[in-house]
Design a protein around this ligand. Structure first.
Ligand code: GLN
Length: 196
């Protein structure tokens, strides 16, 4: 059984845990460094990235998460979690702690008031042919991606909204709030391939 830790400081962690349990995974809420012992993969949920980033420091999780990433433990950031994985954001001066592990620059709350939250059918070739229906909730966008970064999905206008860099995965939307489990299964395949 795979053991996945879901960072549970703030935000939408419960829906991730529920979806993972439905897939037969041993899913654990992570609030303290010791909760990361013997974890095969980590999900950073959506929420409020400045709050989550600051709490990570308070609870002693920032450094250990960076160490786990450096050791090759797969990590998937969704929405606020994607911001935390980024090397750079437009909000860096507001005291936003980042894990700075993916070679991407993100723009927070990027979709403007009218489209701050919307749902859409995304084409995600890595998940197969059927579109992935998903929800953007005041999500970020990826403004810049380095040469090692694979783009997994864009909106129709070319805006990058899902990326992979080795064992790191980032999505600007909330794949845990629909019934479609394919993105979670995709992450679990990455985790499984590292565990072998
Ligand atoms: N707007 C949030 C932020 O900037 C992200 C929104 C989300 O995770 N749904 O942190």
């Amino acid at each position: 059984t795979l053991r996945i830790g879901v960072l549970a400081l703030q935000g939408d962690f419960e829906a991730h845990i529920r979806m993972l349990k439905g897939l037969g995974v041993d899913a654990k809420a992570v609030r303290l460094p010791e909760h990361l012992d013997e974890i095969d993969g980590i999900i950073l949920p959506g929420g409020e990235s400045t709050t989550i980033g600051k709490l990570m420091i308070v609870y002693g999780l920032h450094e250990i998460l960076q160490k786990k990433i450096a050791a090759g433990v797969p990590v998937w950031g969704t929405c606020a979690g994607l911001i935390l994985l980024a090397r750079e954001t437009d909000n860096a001066l507001a005291g936003q702690p980042l894990l700075a592990s993916m070679d991407i620059r993100v723009r927070r709350n990027a979709f403007g008031s009218q489209r701050e939250s919307f749902e859409t059918d995304l084409s995600v070739p890595a998940l197969g042919e059927a579109p992935f229906h998903t929800f953007f909730i005041r999500g970020p966008l990826v403004e810049q991606a380095g040469p090692e970064v694979e783009v997994l999905a864009t909106l129709d206008d070319g805006t990058i909204v899902a990326v992979r860099e080795g064992t790191l995965l980032g999505t600007a939307f909330h794949p845990e709030v629909s019934g479609d489990t394919r993105f979670h299964q995709y992450f679990l395949r990455i985790v499984q391939s590292v565990k072998r």
